[in-house]
Design a protein around this ligand. Structure first.
Ligand SMILES: *[C@@H]1O[C@H](CO)[C@@H](O)[C@H](O)[C@H]1NC(C)=O
Ligand SMILES: *[C@@H]1O[C@H](CO)[C@@H](O)[C@H](O)[C@H]1NC(C)=O
Ligand SMILES: *[C@@H]1O[C@H](CO)[C@@H](O)[C@H](O)[C@H]1NC(C)=O
Ligand SMILES: *[C@@H]1O[C@H](CO)[C@@H](O)[C@H](O)[C@H]1NC(C)=O
Ligand SMILES: *[C@@H]1O[C@H](CO)[C@@H](O)[C@H](O)[C@H]1NC(C)=O
Ligand SMILES: *[C@@H]1O[C@H](CO)[C@@H](O)[C@H](O)[C@H]1NC(C)=O
Ligand SMILES: CC(=O)N[C@H]1CO[C@H](CO)[C@@H](O)[C@@H]1O
Length: 408
């Protein structure tokens, strides 16, 4: 319920007398009962601001006010009643019925007077209507001049809205971050940062510090260099989904930060923390985890970097996965598990008893070819480094299955 409380306390009133009168009316329950049953049959909605006010002034919120969010409905196509035309956004609008707001307010006016919109304690439902008007007026997304003026109205926008925006001003980003603080706005913040960076914007240290207060859903939109400037603490709030879109260079930076940040933790605690970052771990780092009996889950194992996984022996993988070893079978066809499997001796794979196939058959020689050219013409399935001759097993297979190859 803290969602909008800041909005209402920070949005300062231009005209204290009007607002005081409004507060008085609210506290006496004169206003809401009469307007609680709104034109579209829905109940009026009280924002946290109002609840707070009621609690402060009269101890209990009136029973009539039901907390319900409902999209504006049945309010279309009505004309604005005479005398209700809106030329200025002020507290009077608070007393409009929903359909009157829909009929009398236009998006251009709202955009022009956004500061005034923020100063009136509209209900959630009224805000929904105002946002709807604004969206109708700007179907392609808000212009930057309006975005700059949004202030607390930013709390009404969705990530989808933000993805339509062009944001080039760092000041705008900062002001919206300030508004979003403590407001459960992580997806919006991530979208905002992404839009700003896509437009070529650069973040400064102050902004990066401000970002530390949000769930870092924006991490993968930052460049490795920008990630480097982030404070170490940022990794504490990282959830696996925050890293899904990150590229290897970004993961390198984040993994390094995570290692430093979690270095003092005990083995199993460290593993729990470092897990989402292990996609950037080296072979040596993985080997260091083995004595801790971490029982790595297959989801984490699948995300390991291929180059880090390949040098691990069968025994090492067995110890790394512990009871999760059997998950290998389901992944045997997918990289990086497949890349690892084809480098093991089939005999050794068989000893795991999982039915893993694709290893090097007995009797085949492992050649360490240093030059890639040596493989030209052959299957380019493996990277540089030790390479096995793949042709014989393929030949063998074609011989075994090749009985129908009479025309060869
Ligand atoms: C509102 O007007 C639009 C076109 O102007 C029309 O398609 C729609 O059916 C009308 N809706 C109502 C509820 O009258
Ligand atoms: C933003 O606010 C400033 C000052 O309050 C105002 O001059 C400007 O017109 C506003 N921008 C828009 C798009 O209305
Ligand atoms: C954002 O910028 C692009 C390219 O300049 C432009 O086509 C688009 O209309 C702009 N969008 C908004 C909402 O201003
Ligand atoms: C921003 O952070 C970087 C790296 O920590 C530092 O080199 C630079 O001096 C900082 N800039 C400011 C303005 O604090
Ligand atoms: C880890 O512990 C050492 C000493 O115990 C301390 O100096 C260091 O600051 C700690 N590091 C972190 C990241 O907490
Ligand atoms: C890991 O398991 C082995 C064998 O069960 C045990 O000897 C060892 O102490 C364990 N290590 C840790 C860090 O728990
Ligand atoms: C009694 C009561 O709820 N008082 C609150 C009134 O509002 C201020 C902030 O606006 C709170 O700090 C009080 O606790």
């Amino acid at each position: 319920m803290a969602l909008q409380s800041a909005r209402r306390t920070v949005g300062s009133f231009r005209t204290p007398t009007h607002s005081s009168l409004l507060l008085l009316l609210l506290s006496l329950s004169w206003v809401l009962p009469s307007r609680a049953q709104t034109a579209d049959g829905g109940w009026g909605v009280m924002t946290p601001w109002q609840e707070h006010t009621f609690q402060n002034l009269s101890g209990q919120p009136p029973e009539l006010t039901v907390i319900l969010r409902r999209a504006p409905r049945g309010t279309e196509n009505k004309t604005c009643p005479l005398g209700k035309e809106v030329h200025v956004v002020d507290e009077n609008l608070f007393f409009y019925e929903n359909w009157e707001l829909e009929a009398c307010v236009n998006g251009a006016l709202l955009a022009e007077q956004m500061d005034r919109v923020n100063a009136v304690p509209f209900t959630y439902q009224q805000l929904d209507i105002l946002k709807h008007k604004l969206d109708q007026f700007y179907p392609q997304g808000y212009p930057e001049s309006l975005i700059r003026n949004l202030s607390y109205f930013f709390l009404e926008v969705t990530p989808e809205d933000i993805h339509k925006w062009n944001v080039t001003s760092l000041e705008t980003v900062k002001s919206l971050l300030k508004v979003s603080k403590g407001q459960n706005m992580d997806p919006q913040v991530a979208a905002l940062i992404a839009r700003y960076l896509v437009g070529g914007g650069q973040l400064d240290n102050v902004t990066l510090d401000m970002l530390a207060r949000f769930h870092p859903a924006y991490l993968c939109s930052l460049s490795p260099e920008e990630l480097g400037f982030l404070q170490q603490d940022v990794v504490w709030g990282v959830r696996p989904q925050d890293l899904e879109a990150c590229r290897p260079l970004q993961m390198d930076v984040l993994y390094h930060k995570a290692r430093v940040a979690f270095q003092n933790m005990s083995g199993s605690m460290y593993f729990v923390r470092i897990k989402p970052f292990l996609g950037a771990a080296s072979t040596e780092d993985l080997r260091a985890l083995i004595p801790q009996n971490v029982s790595m889950d297959m989801a984490t194992f699948k995300k390991l970097r291929k180059e880090a996984l390949l040098p691990l022996t069968i025994a090492e993988v067995q110890n790394l996965l512990g009871p999760n070893l059997e998950g290998l079978k389901a992944e045997e066809g997918n990289s990086p598990v497949w890349d690892w499997v084809v480098r093991q001796r089939q005999n050794d794979l068989d000893s795991l008893g999982l039915g893993l196939r694709g290893g090097i058959p007995n009797g085949y020689v492992v050649l360490d070819l240093n030059s890639r050219e040596a493989l030209s013409g052959g299957p380019h399935l493996l990277g540089p480094g030790p390479v096995f001759i793949m042709i014989p097993p393929l030949l063998l297979a074609s011989i075994l299955h090749g009985t129908g190859c009479s025309g060869c």
